[in-house]
Design a protein around this ligand. Structure first.
Ligand code: SF4
Ligand code: SF4
Length: 93
């Protein structure tokens, strides 16, 4: 897991739909606060994963440490390959 990669929520554009919380199987978000996305375990985020950011319909998620050139697709790439290699169902296989 990574100390150099984790999601940051732009609460100005976040609609609090909860899709990102639902998407992540790594307990990065506090499920008790859903649908509001609250990052509580940033170090459990998977380096290179864009699973929640690909799902977000509002482009509200970016990543600390991301220099991949990825830009928020506003939900249009929800099954897209983010390249992290994780096999736990966060949309990155
Ligand atoms: S879905 Fe991926 S990028 Fe989003 S918080 Fe979970 S591990 Fe990190
Ligand atoms: S998927 Fe996007 S709009 Fe929905 S709660 Fe997460 S950050 Fe907010």
């Amino acid at each position: 897991m990574s100390k150099n990669w984790y999601p940051v929520i732009d609460y100005v554009v976040c609609a609090e739909c909860g899709l990102c919380v639902k998407k992540c199987p790594h307990n990065v978000y506090d499920v008790r606060k859903a649908p509001t996305p609250v990052v509580v375990n940033p170090y459990d985020c998977v380096q290179g994963c864009h699973g929640c950011g690909n799902r977000c319909p509002n482009g509200a998620i970016t990543y600390v440490g991301d220099n991949t050139g990825w830009t928020p697709p506003n939900g249009d790439n929800e099954e897209g390959d983010c390249g992290c290699g994780c096999d736990r169902g966060c949309g990155c296989e």
